[in-house]
Design a protein. Structure first.
Length: 74
């Protein structure tokens, strides 16, 4: 793909309607504040599932930390 406009955007956080006149090929990396998603070369990667998985993992790790530990040398 080649850019016709050569108006490149990288590391942007503007709402997508602000970039409506910009071709998706000209948008490298961004953050969609309305959908909580990372944007990379026209693809959106939602962060909510990642956040939920990390929170679940944190809960499981905290539960493991509460389990009694036994000294194998005792």
């Amino acid at each position: 793909m080649t850019s016709e406009q050569r108006r490149f955007f990288d590391s942007y956080t503007e709402p997508l309607d602000v970039l409506a006149d910009t071709a998706p090929v000209d948008r490298f990396r961004g953050y969609d504040t309305e959908n909580n998603a990372i944007l990379f070369q026209g693809e959106a990667y939602e962060l909510s599932p990642v956040s939920r998985a990390v929170e679940e993992l944190q809960g499981r790790a905290e539960a493991e930390m509460q389990k009694p530990r036994f000294d194998p040398n005792a």
